[in-house]
Design a protein around this ligand. Structure first.
Ligand code: FAD
Length: 301
């Protein structure tokens, strides 16, 4: 019986395991190897690790965790969670079953990109969604924003002061005249026809529409959606937010006693959505670990 089973070894799960290990709480960390930034070459906006390859960050974290006798890591997916506080049973994809007193869900989210020929191949290297993560690297360069008008407008606001020129290209359907007026008033050039394909070329990305093609340094996506990567929120019937994320409190507690959540898959109701970043996912992992330690202490005394 582990004190805690942490499902997911991105920044949220890695930090949760570190904090639990440092407090000598027996912890099992599970990793199915599917990271949100799995295709990203350099992560940014993380003090002390700005520009570090995410894979290097995770490898360093694993080396650090190896120093803690109370932390065990298994490279396998969890497939189901049953039981309840003090006696959770987690079935693993390798056929084994493990038990824990508390569970941390740190399984992240997956991005469902709009269907655009060539886009999936560029995701994380030449196509991005977060200006905080990847905007500065395009300073003084031309970019395209591919997606829907309201999100494109928001991205123009954030990126307009960083990049040189912005071309906004719709997906599937042309923009309305009103959308075009609004986006042009923000200083962007607006394509009249939807994106046909994107492709890596010398100097960046070739963005093609039916009546135009241009090379830009990078593409920002203003369409698509994200979803829970694992089935556990649904399996456990957790309280959810409009964003599709799990509702948590200050210490990562979910609506299910003994189940904590941290990282991109969860946030507090006071936030409009998950603050998707490596630093904040790790911070949430630490808070969830502290929440678990508090709850174990309360149960033990
Ligand atoms: C293109 C792109 C670029 C980004 N760039 C940056 C950046 O520059 N800076 C920055 O701060 N943030 C960046 N982000 C955001 C950042 O990647 C996320 O905020 C962060 O990874 C969230 O961490 P997490 O631990 O919640 O989830 P993840 O990192 O997604 O980790 C989820 C973990 O859960 C595991 N898992 C899932 N299901 C199961 C299961 N059933 N059993 C066991 N394990 C499971 C996965 O294998 C993985 O270990 C970027 C995101 C994208 C998409």
């Amino acid at each position: 019986m582990y004190d805690a089973i942490v499902i997911g070894a991105g920044p949220a799960g890695l930090q949760a395991a570190l904090t639990l290990g440092r407090m000598h709480r027996s912890t099992l960390l599970l990793d199915s190897g599917e990271y949100r930034n799995g295709t990203v070459l350099h992560m940014h906006n993380m003090i002390g690790a700005d520009g570090t390859p995410p894979a290097e960050f995770r490898a360093t974290a694993r080396t650090e965790l190896a120093d803690y006798d109370d932390v065990e890591v298994r490279e396998t997916a969890a497939s189901s969670i049953t039981g309840g506080e003090d006696a959770f049973v987690v079935a693993l994809a390798d056929g084994s079953v493990v038990e824990g007193r508390r569970v941390v869900l740190a399984t992240g989210v997956a991005d469902d990109l709009p269907i655009v020929s060539g886009l999936q191949e560029l995701w994380g290297t030449l196509a991005f969604s977060c200006p905080f993560c990847d905007g500065h690297e395009h300073a003084g360069k031309d970019i395209a924003i591919v997606g829907a008008a309201p999100r494109a407008e928001h991205l123009i606001g954030l990126l307009g002061r960083i990049v040189a020129n912005i071309t906004v290209v719709p997906v599937e359907e042309a923009f309305t005249d009103e959308d075009i007026r609004t986006l042009e008033a923000k200083g962007a050039r607006v394509s009249r026809t939807p994106v046909a394909s994107v492709e890596k070329v010398e100097g960046g990305v070739l963005v093609r529409t039916d009546d135009d093609e241009r090379v830009v340094a990078g593409v920002f996506i203003a369409a698509g959606a994200m979803r829970q990567r694992s089935p556990f929120a649904a399996q456990l019937g957790l309280g959810m937010l409009e964003s599709g994320c799990i509702e948590i409190d200050e210490f990562g507690r979910t609506s299910h006693p003994g189940v904590f959540a941290a990282g991109d898959l969860a946030h507090r109701a006071t936030l409009p959505g998950p603050m998707a970043s490596v630093l904040l996912a790790a911070a949430a992992g630490q808070l969830a670990a502290v929440g678990i330690i508090q709850s174990l202490l309360a149960a033990e005394h």
